[in-house]
Write a protein that binds this ligand. Structure first.
Ligand code: IZC
Ligand code: ZN
Length: 425
């Protein structure tokens, strides 16, 4: 007997349907396809039917008696949210650096003095597998509680072969054990370790010759990412690493133009990256090239907020045809949050996005940014039964109230993993 879950009568069922083949661009980003009094049937973890309640009820009457039911009347149902850029597998925290930044020190000054990514790297290297697993698991729980059902997570706090593997193995085990899905990215080129400071090209060789082959052989990552930024990796070094990863079928992603304009958006277009992320300082030419090549702009306004920096030009990107996704950038230095709903607020208030666009950007476009749009990111027949139920009467509330969590229920693969605001795992 198959298992059936019916979520019925949502005041607004936001399907975000019709964008699974290609990421939504331009006005299509506003097209979130709302069904009023909507009902969804999930059979054995996958969506069997979606539509207006009366219609679904009469067509599937035979399933009603034996199904498990969730009444979504008065509520908004969206696809489970997708966060396409996180660094959540780490140990320790950096609140001391936050206090230093409030006194005027910059993110880069702190990093160049051996703090920042280096501080988290030391803590992560020193942590045992179990410690790293437990600390990261707490963040996975928090993501679920905020309505997120799939995340991407990067390595890059190991910076030695052994420690990068430890971080990626923890990510793999968390993905296996925890209901939140986690898609891994290898980011050995996250920082130049202090002992390579005077010969960074030797570290680039180490990433290419020693790290990439073993990460690929163990199938520990889908994507390969580089922090392309002045004082970290140059566009030339980044290109070498991303091209080398392609030989192992690792798909390029780039941390691009976060602190300074540095040609990162252009490089993303040149190497055929699936996404270029950050883009606070992306040039007009870079934006144009991204649009031409269909590179997704993964924007992280939590980072601009927390670093008190200028925001990425989301409006210009969308109007130029760049498909835009949003993400928390969850990490202990530049964006210590897991609240993707708060990122929606920031998208509207500080980047000129509409309430509809921020929904597209945290569902289907985010799914495209991690190569998963065939199975998640929208409520459509055949897709995974991943849904978030918000206790609000309409979707505008999602980016209107801020700093609040409206998640009532989260369904992952047809199972309620958050029930009445509480974890149920
Ligand atoms: O730990 O500071 N920007 N990488 C690139 C980060 C921020 C994470 C960190
Ligand atoms: Zn990042």
């Amino acid at each position: 007997m198959t298992s059936i879950l019916i979520i019925s009568n949502a005041t607004q069922l936001i399907t975000v349907s019709g964008h699974s083949e290609q990421p939504a661009t331009r006005d299509k980003m506003g097209d979130i396809n709302i069904i009023e009094n909507g009902t969804v049937i999930i059979e054995d973890g996958k969506i069997l039917a979606v539509g207006q309640h009366d219609h679904i009820r009469s067509e599937y009457e035979s399933l009603w008696e034996r199904a498990e039911h969730i009444d979504a009347s008065g509520k908004v149902v969206t696809p489970g949210l997708v966060d396409p850029h996180t660094h959540i597998v780490y140990a320790g925290s950096r609140e001391n650096e936050y206090a230093m930044r409030l006194q005027g020190k910059t993110y880069m000054e702190i990093m160049n003095a051996g703090g920042g990514i280096h501080a988290t790297t030391r803590a992560t290297q020193q942590a045992s597998f179990e410690e790293l697993y437990e600390q990261s698991k707490r963040r996975m729980n928090q993501f679920l509680l905020h309505g997120v059902t799939t995340i991407e997570a990067k390595s890059g706090y190991g910076l030695t072969v052994e420690d990068e593997l430890k971080q990626l193995e923890v990510a793999k085990k968390l993905n296996e054990d925890h209901p939140l899905d986690l898609v891994s990215t290898f980011m050995g080129a996250h920082a130049v370790p202090m002992d390579y400071k005077d010969n960074p090209d030797d570290f680039v060789d180490y990433v290419i010759d020693e790290m990439l082959p073993i990460v690929a052989e163990k199938e520990l990552a889908v994507f390969n990412d580089v922090f392309c930024e002045r004082g970290v990796f140059t566009p030339e070094q980044s290109k070498r690493i991303l091209e080398a990863g392609k030989k192992y079928d690792l798909i390029p992603k780039i941390h691009a133009d976060e602190i300074e304009p540095y040609g990162g958006a252009e490089l993303a277009a040149e190497v055929g990256a699936i996404s270029a992320d950050h883009l606070l300082k992306a040039s007009d030419e870079g934006i144009k090239q991204m649009a031409e090549k269909g590179v997704i702009g993964v924007l992280l306004p939590g980072t601009a907020f927390f670093l008190m920096a200028e925001y990425a030009r989301a409006r210009k990107m969308i109007d130029s045809g760049v498909p835009v996704a949003l993400s928390t950038d969850a990490n202990p230095g530049s964006s210590p949050t897991i609240s993707l709903p708060f990122i929606m607020n920031l998208g509207c208030l500080n980047m000129g996005m509409t309430p509809e666009e921020v929904i597209t950007a945290t569902t289907i476009n985010a799914a495209h940014a991690i190569g998963q749009a065939d199975t998640i990111g929208s409520i459509e027949e055949g897709k995974a039964g991943d849904l978030t139920i918000f206790d609000v009467p309409n979707y505008l509330m999602l980016s209107y109230h801020y700093g609040m969590n409206h998640v009532d229920t989260v369904i992952k693969g047809g199972i309620s993993v958050v029930k009445n605001t509480q974890l149920n795992i």
